[in-house]
Design a protein around this ligand. Sequence first.
Ligand SMILES: Nc1ncnc2c1ncn2[C@@H]1O[C@H](COP(=O)(O)OP(=O)(O)OP(=O)(O)O)[C@@H](O)[C@H]1O
Ligand code: SF4
Ligand SMILES: [Mg+2]
Length: 323
Amino acid sequence: MEARAVHKTFRPSAGLAGEIRSLFRRKNDQGGVKAVRGVDLGIRRGEILGLVGESGSGKSTLGRVLSALYPPDQGTVFFEGNNVSAFGRPERRAFCRRVQFMFQDPASSLNPRITAFRTLSEGLVIHRLGNRAERRDRVSALMEEVGLDPSFLSRYPHQFSGGQRQRLCLARALSLNPEILIADEPSSALDVSVQAQIVNLLLAAKDGRGLTLVIISHDLALVSLIAGRIAIMYGGLLMEVLPRGLLGQVNHHPYVKALWASAEYGRASGEGLILEGEPPDPQSPPDGCPFHPRCPEAKDVCRTEPPLPKEGFPGHLTACHFR
Ligand SMILES: Nc1ncnc2c1ncn2[C@@H]1O[C@H](COP(=O)(O)OP(=O)(O)OP(=O)(O)O)[C@@H](O)[C@H]1O
Ligand code: SF4
Ligand SMILES: [Mg+2]
């Protein structure tokens, strides 16, 4: 799967509220939240790719565009060489089965009015997989795979704990036997021991099923433990893509350098180091390099020219004028 020059902007709603907002727009603001601003990223079969960045950097939006939950408004997502946006109904249906997205917030992504059984069997019914008895067996096996007692199948989401709801979301994402699973912050809302359990379940599912896994997270330290490759986003753009083994070994993009120092410091001290300054406003991102207002190495060119990603070592891309 591959994203090529993908952009996604959320336009403000029309009507009176939209018109009033447009009166107060700032100079660079052409309207809308520019969540993803031109991303090229390939996902390799069988890998674990970690997509990392601060809140608002566009990770979830990119994940949703890759999963065809949002159409890109520029650029293309290719799946097995085909443009996903051009898929007809049958291809789209197959794509939706083969590529699953696991939502960031399990509480709001589960329908509170349906039982765990219906949550897990809905996809099988929609895709007409198995008869009633086969679906029941499959759903019970999914519960066991994610460490939930099949006797809980008649429960509603509120009757599960946060960690159990996350397990239920994972079981639902696995129910259609996908090839690619994009897991959005699979553990951020949970305490550390439950986080580790969810991550272990994802890794077990990856190994047992031969999944390709994209793990979206703000936590570089966590991702560096599990991903084979890491892509770091900032302000809707990729700053660096690298194999895990190069973390701490190369002259990183200044943003990644700060993130990695913070991850290392966090590991040593038990708390994160806060990067100074604010992430860019996605309604009026800065010209040039999106990181320049916070970058200790910024020069004049950084304020006007956006740096393009360049390859250093094979498989190592950095978007910085001075790398
Ligand atoms: N449906 C939407 N409508 C309008 N704006 C949106 C929508 N979804 C995301 N955004 C905005 O797009 C930007 C990128 O959001 P996104 O959720 O992709 O970031 P993220 O990196 O996943 O952040 P987080 O770590 O907080 O989950 C943010 O400014 C966000 O407010
Ligand atoms: S391009 Fe300039 S501002 Fe951006 S990261 Fe590199 S040095 Fe910093
Ligand atoms: Mg997100």
